[in-house]
Design a protein around this ligand. Sequence first.
Ligand SMILES: Cc1ncc(COP(=O)(O)O)c(C=O)c1O
Length: 348
Amino acid sequence: MGYFRDEIEAMAGYAPGEQPQDGEFIKLNTNENPYPASPAVAEAIEEALCRGLQKYPDAMGQPFRRRAAEVFGLEPDWILCGNGSDDILTIVTRALVGEGRLLRVPYPSYVLYQTLAEIQGARSEEVPFRADWSLSEAFAEATAGLRLVFLPNPNSPSGTVVAPEEVLALAERLPCPLLVDEAYVDFAETNCLGLVARSEKIMVARSLSKSYALAGLRFGFVVAQPQVIEQLAKVKDSYNCDALSIAGAAAAIGDRAWLAANRAKVIATRRRLTEGMRRLGFACVDSQANFTWNTHSEQPVRPLYEGLKRHRILVRYMGYPGWGDGLRISVGTDAQIDACLERLGAMV
Ligand SMILES: Cc1ncc(COP(=O)(O)O)c(C=O)c1O
């Protein structure tokens, strides 16, 4: 067209996972939680609705910050709220990575990261994981122009984790900030939240979409030292979170018993999925997230994705140039996973 910035016209744009709205699918493609959120969420949203929506919300999402600060043993000024953690990733990229600068991400990982660099007119560097999904030396190199490094931890699509000590050592070697994207961390055995107090360079992003079963609400947050939060806040939309999502998210983060029970159910079904996929001959990586990554040495997997879809079961087919392809399957209910395994069993 010629009207838009060159980098916008040149880019393909991020393609989110399929989101059929008709409810007829067993949906195992975008790592949503199969169970409803804590009942406290609906109560808090109803209360907020009764108070009325004619006024702007608190610009910093103060009710959420206060509740989350209590839960994590922090001060509220260590937290910045976002309209989903994608909003946090956008804010951080906009604040740190200028035109022509460099963003580093591991490969394969969350595809949105590169899109964020493209929007900035920045470069992105994909550093391949080793075959065992550990980080290579190159990931810590101080390359010229490097302004930000993203580390999804647990990673998608593998569900694998880099240990906190290793993350701290990485941050110490890097010449720039490191954002640890912990969208899936509530299903993992470790997390990096405690590292934030030890290094100004470490930011930890969290999502309420997965472990709190609130993908439709759109709420995420980042934890960083207050002087970092102050800079990031300059870049966000003035009212990036609405009154209903702030109220719902504050209630969700406060219900620790719901989180623990949900986590236990998801982890039990993850084991069922992992064992089932291995029985069917897939290489299924041990996951610390609410999905598993499955490859097959003898059979192309794309037709399996298509065959499942014909039977109204949606999983995510992912092909990574230079790396290979596989099926990323979200942990649903036991019944959903059994249905998926049964269908796959009829095809492999
Ligand atoms: C690694 C990773 N980070 C962040 C997100 C974004 O989550 P949300 O914007 O729903 O909080 C996703 C969603 O799929 C993800 O896989």
